[in-house]
Ligand binder design. Sequence first.
Ligand SMILES: Cc1cc2nc3c(=O)[nH]c(=O)nc-3n(C[C@H](O)[C@H](O)[C@H](O)COP(=O)(O)OP(=O)(O)OC[C@H]3O[C@@H](n4cnc5c(N)ncnc54)[C@H](O)[C@@H]3O)c2cc1C
Length: 441
Amino acid sequence: MKIAILGAGISGLALARFLIDGGHEPSDIDLFESGSKAGGLCHSKTVDGFTYDISGGHILFSKDAEALQWMKDQGGGDDSFVKRDRNTKIRFGDHWVHYPFENGIGDLPPQANLDCLKGYIEAWHERTAEGTSAPGDFKAWIQWRFGDGIAKHFMDPYNEKIWKRELDQISSGWVAGRVPDAPIEDVLKAAIGMRTEGYTHQAIFYYPKQGGFQAITDHLAASMTERIQLSTPITHLKREGEVWKVNGAPYDCVVSTIPLTHMPKIVEGMPVDVAAAMTGLEYNSMVTFLLALDREKHPDLSWIYLPHADQGPTNRVTYMSNYSPGNAPEGKTSFLCEVTVPGGVPAPGASLEREVIDGMVHAGLVKKDEIMFADRSDVGHAYVVFDHDFDRKRAVSLDWLESSGLFPLGRFGRFDYDNSDQCVIKARSLAAELLARAARG
Ligand SMILES: Cc1cc2nc3c(=O)[nH]c(=O)nc-3n(C[C@H](O)[C@H](O)[C@H](O)COP(=O)(O)OP(=O)(O)OC[C@H]3O[C@@H](n4cnc5c(N)ncnc54)[C@H](O)[C@@H]3O)c2cc1C
C-alpha cells in the first residue's frame, strides 16, 4: 500500500514514524512538505544565539504518559530535555495575579477583588441553586460561569484580544474540558489571600535543551530524511479509480495535514457545498516577536497573560530564555510576544512591532534600552475559531474527505484545537488503522 502524507509537521512526521515502526515498508511512504524544512507549527528559529518557537512558546506535556515518553524519545531521549515547573501569572496594571485568575483574585486591588468575588458567588448561586444550563455563546457563558466581575476585569478583555471577534460570535462548545471549574471554597480562599493551586494539569513540563521545540521534529525528520520531499507543495489531488493522484503520482492511500481551508483549491471535483464549508472554517493567524534582551536574569516565570488594551496587542508573553538555557546566550534573556490576527486578513505591517514594544514598556515588563533587537515571525493558521456554524462546517468537510478515501489528520487538517501530543496520539491511532488495512490487503 503506497501512502502519501501531505505535510511534515508533527502529525505527518509522527504518522510516518508509527507506520515504519509498525512494519510498513519505508519506501512505500512519501511525505510531501511545502516548506523548506519539516516541523510546521513546531518550528523554532535562532537569531544571533537567541532561539524561539515561531508559533508562540511551546511546552511538552501530556496526560498520555506513553505519548509524552514517545515524544521525548523521538526528540533525543530524556537527557535532551529540561524539566520545568509551570509558573504563569496575569499582569494586571502593576499587579501580578496568580493563574488561573479565579485562584488569584486576592492578588487584585481591593475593589477588583470584591467585584470578582461578588460576581463569582452570584453566578455560582444561579448555576447551582437555580440550575441554569450553560449558554451557547461564549460571552454569555463567561458571565454564567465566572460572573460579571471576572468577565469585566479579565475574561472579556483577554478573550477579545485573542479571538479578535465579538465574543457572542463564538460558540461556548470548545471550552468544555478546557477551562477547569474552580470549587467555590477555592475562590473564597483566594479572595482572602489563601493560596489555592487551581489548574494543575501542566504543573510540570519539558522542553528541549537545544534547538527550541523544533528539536523534536528535527530528530523525527532526521530519522527518515529519504522519505521527506521538502519544498514540494501539493497543488493537485485527483481520484482515478482506486487510486489518488498526488501532483500526478498514484497512491493507494493519502493522509492530509494541509489546512482544510486550502483543500478546495487542491482537490479536483469537490462538491460546491463541501468546498464552501471548508473555506468557511474560521481561524486566527498569529504574529510573534522575539525580544532579545540585554538583561541577565528574568523572574522565575514561564509565561504571562496581558489582558488589557493598554498593555499593547500582545495577549501572551513567554519567558523564552527561562524554558532552556540554550534559548539565549549566556548573560542574556528573551521574551516572546504573541499577537493574533484574524485569518485570511493581511497581518499588520511594521507598526505592529512598535505597538508591541510600547505595550510591554507600559506594562512595566521591559525598558526600551534593554532590547537588543526584535525578530518577527508570521504564522498563517494558529487558532481554530469556533463560530456558531463551526460544527456543521467541520462535519461536512471531514465526512466528505473520509467518504472519498482521503484521511484528514492534524490541527488544521481536521480543525481540531490540538496540541502536539494530541497530534501524536491521533497519528498513532491512524497508523494502527492503516497498518490493519495494509495487512488485509
Ligand atoms: C500559539 C500556539 C501555542 C501552542 N502551544 C503548544 C504547546 O505549548 N505545546 C504543544 O504541544 N502544542 C502547542 N501548540 C500546538 C502545536 O503547535 C500543533 O498542535 C502542532 O504543531 C500541529 O501540527 P500538525 O502537523 O498537525 O500541523 P502543522 O504543523 O500545521 O503541519 C502541517 C504541515 O503541512 C504543510 N503544508 C501546508 N500546505 C501544504 C501543501 N499544499 N503541500 C505540502 N505541505 C503543505 C505545512 O507547511 C506544515 O508543515 C500550539 C499552537 C499555537 C498556535
